[in-house]
Design a binder for this molecule. Structure first.
Ligand SMILES: [Zn+2]
Length: 236
């Protein structure tokens, strides 16, 4: 029997959008980038946190509460089905900071931009699952210091687990990008790396992206439809 394909899947905002999760919008034509009416540089950078930690903590408290009211959509469910049934390796790398892949049943998801439901202690470097607010400066469960911050990779910070992602790409037979703009590095470079390492490449997206030209094939449509159809085709 032929060796089953190893598949690396990168997911972005387009996968969570259909669950009603608002993500940041890139500014165009001189307009600022906005996230829930906040400018990115006011809430999602280390400088913003240093300048006005209360604003940043309240913003993320709101986001953390909001995602817990949302549910996985058919795209998350299809990827979890693939993760469970595929005979080769499936690695899901996500730019999303919600937990909808996990709630759909996927395992081992790599959150390269961090997670809303995790708090990171700036004093002792411990990460703790966290579902409540941080704005009241609760003590770190490990060291009791009131120095927990959102476990989120802010603009200007280095994404998590890049070594694991590169190792997965090195072993991939197929790289699939779903619902990402192809505009934010380093994720935008994964397709080129995957190609260089010999993987076939497929893009599933609502619209053609900046990175579309790099893919062997692009299938357009809402993630809930194109992802489910792709997974159904693979699993036969
Ligand atoms: Zn601590």
């Amino acid at each position: 029997m032929e060796k089953p394909m190893n598949i690396v899947i990168l997911t972005g905002a387009g996968v969570s959008a259909e669950s009603g999760i608002d993500t940041f919008r890139a500014g165009t034509n001189g307009q600022p980038s906005l996230w829930e009416q906040h400018r990115i540089e006011d809430v999602a950078t280390p400088e913003a946190y240093a300048r006005d930690p209360d604003l940043v903590l309240r913003f993320y408290d709101m986001r953390r509460a909001a995602i817990q009211t949302k549910a996985p959509n058919p795209a998350h469910l299809a990827l979890a089905r693939l993760d469970a049934a595929w005979p080769g390796h499936v690695t899901i790398v996500t730019q999303n900071v919600d937990d909808l892949h996990e709630r759909a049943g996927a395992h081992g998801v790599i959150h390269m931009h961090g997670e809303h439901l995790s708090a990171w202690c700036a004093t002792c470097d411990t990460r703790t699952r966290w579902t409540g607010p941080l704005a009241g400066r609760p003590p770190c469960p490990a060291c009791a210091a009131p120095t927990l911050r959102p476990d989120i990779v802010w603009f200007g910070e280095i994404p998590y687990r890049m070594d694991d992602i590169q190792a997965a790409l090195a072993g991939a037979d197929l790289f699939v990008s779903i619902g990402t703009s192809g505009a934010v590095y380093p994720a935008a470079g994964f397709v080129r790396l995957a190609r260089e390492l010999g993987a076939a490449t497929l893009e599933l997206n609502l619209d053609r992206s900046q990175g579309s030209a790099w893919f062997d094939e692009t299938r357009l449509g809402p993630a809930s439809e194109v992802v489910a159809a792709w997974v159904d085709g693979l699993l036969g």
